[in-house]
Design a protein around this ligand. Structure first.
Ligand SMILES: [Zn+2]
Length: 106
């Protein structure tokens, strides 16, 4: 049997699109990702994917994580650091901002 891409319903309170510095990113909740991945940001397609195979309580923090990647990408900051440096910065900001950010503000 072939695994088919399936987009699932988003959890209440999380958006389907988000504006990052004036650029609209669509948000897709999908099971079409590797099991070990939480999320992914595609700067060219302006799309954030969240792995719906992950527990729902992780999706909000993952969305914040991917939005921070998008901010660093849109501003060109991600080109100034290695992938490991960017990931460390993103994780730090995700943890520091998690309790402060309400996605209704975006
Ligand atoms: Zn990351």
């Amino acid at each position: 049997m072939t695994a088919r891409k399936k987009t699932v319903r988003r959890p209440t309170g999380l958006p389907t699109e988000i504006s990052v510095l004036g650029k609209k990113f669509t948000i897709e909740y999908t099971n079409d990702m590797n099991k070990d991945e939480y999320g992914e940001t595609d700067l060219e397609l302006k799309k954030i994917k969240l792995n719906s195979n992950r527990p729902k309580h992780t999706w909000r923090a993952t969305l914040l994580h991917e939005v921070i990647h998008a901010i660093l990408g849109v501003t060109g900051q991600s080109n100034k650091m290695t992938d490991d440096e960017e990931e460390g910065l993103v994780v730090s900001l995700e943890n520091g901002l998690e309790d402060l950010v309400d996605f209704k503000d975006f």
